[in-house]
Design a protein around this ligand. Structure first.
Ligand SMILES: *Cc1c(COP(=O)(O)O)cnc(C)c1O
Length: 357
């Protein structure tokens, strides 16, 4: 039976990515060696880094004046590296979910943090919109896609200060106007690669404005100057990311991918809105994520939650149990997921409804 992988992260990767990474593990580019056992300073691996870098630039349309870095430590280390390198006196943060609040916690170690708005009081089921970004903040930090809660900021907002974004779970899901951001980061394990590598896109001129000493490994400049090769990079994760990036290019780029994502999301949200057994947790259509779709059983059917989970599991659906802080269900429908898998989930929801009416 075909498995439909709805895991939130690590999560589905394209067959292209998995197959080509597997080939490289067995024999990397005809070298007779595994990608795991060659020097990261070899010309073959440097070519992997270079191509991954140039595909980032090409696919996202990254303007000059920006650097692209591949680092260890996941998105969570960026929660600390961002304020370490950028927070002089004060930073502003939008609290749109628990990843955002983890970023806030780290920033507080480095200076004053102005949390301009929060949707915590309603389990983060919307994106706060009424807020004012202080003009004297060193930067404003947002989480564009709230993986756990299924909300997303789908536009590149105008920001009077340096805009910093955690795009762990929606990078490459849509075209982005990079010029509006001073820094974008994310872990790779949602739309790009296996866990083990984080990407950072940074406007070079924002650096060098803080007074504190920064440890070598936590200093963005170290990694810019050494082109992500200051120490041994996570070679397999970078190699797998390259396969995904090639696949994105061959699909036709981010506009094509975005259209497909929108189609998948519409299909699923339409069914959640239509089906009397389910309700969406995010009411505002404009706030609904096209990557993570969250929903719960309608009040009258609450007792059937476990039954739907096993019903769907028996049909090959994997990973649709919601995060414990939200409950219910979460279907993560990242770039690599085919429309047919979303259709399979929709069909299961319809069948479950008729079974119980
Ligand atoms: C998964 C996730 C993280 C954490 O990523 P790690 O690489 O595990 O540190 C941070 N932010 C968002 C939005 C995420 O989805």
């Amino acid at each position: 039976m075909k498995k439909h992988n709805f895991y939130a992260g690590p999560s589905i990767l394209s067959d292209y990515t998995v197959e080509n990474t597997a080939k490289g593990v067995l024999d990397f580019n005809g070298t007779g060696l595994s990608i795991m056992e060659i020097s990261h300073r070899s010309k073959e691996f440097i070519a992997v880094m270079d191509e991954a870098h140039s595909l980032f630039v090409e696919l996202l349309g990254i303007p000059s004046g920006y650097s692209v870095l591949f680092l260890h430590g996941g998105a969570s280390l960026q929660f600390c590296m961002v304020p370490y390198n950028l927070l002089n006196k004060k930073a502003a943060y939008l609290d749109s979910g628990s990843w955002a609040s983890k970023a806030i916690k780290e920033a507080k170690l480095f200076g004053e943090v102005d949390v301009v708005a929060s949707s915590k009081e309603s389990t983060y089921n919307y994106i706060p919109k009424e807020y004012k970004i202080p003009a004297d903040a060193d930067y404003f930090h947002i989480t564009t896609n709230n993986t756990i809660y299924g909300t997303e900021i789908k536009e590149d907002i105008d920001c009077p200060v340096n805009l910093v974004a955690d795009m762990s779970s929606d990078i490459f899901s849509r075209p982005v106007d990079i010029s509006k951001y001073a820094l974008i980061y994310g872990g790779a394990q949602k739309n790009l690669a296996p866990a083990g590598v984080a990407f950072v896109i940074i406007r070079d001129e924002i650096l060098g404005k803080v007074d504190r000493a920064i440890p070598t490994m936590l200093n963005y400049r170290t990694h810019i100057e050494n082109e992500s090769m200051f120490n041994t990079p996570p070679v397999i994760a970078v190699f797998a990311a390259l396969q995904t990036l090639r696949w994105y290019r061959d699909l036709g780029g981010l506009s094509v991918i975005h259209k497909k994502n929108q189609e998948k999301a519409d299909l699923l949200y339409d069914e959640i809105d239509r089906n009397k057994m389910f309700v969406p947790t995010v009411k505002e259509a404009g706030d609904r994520s096209i990557m993570n779709v969250t929903f719960v059983m309608a009040e009258a059917y609450k007792n059937l939650e476990a039954e739907f989970l096993s019903f769907a599991t028996a049909k090959g659906m994997i990973g649709i149990k919601g995060h414990r802080s939200v409950g219910g269900f979460r279907a993560s429908i990242y770039n690599a997921m085919e429309l047919s898998s979303v259709q399979a989930l929709v069909d299961a929801m319809k069948e479950f409804e008729s079974k119980h009416s």
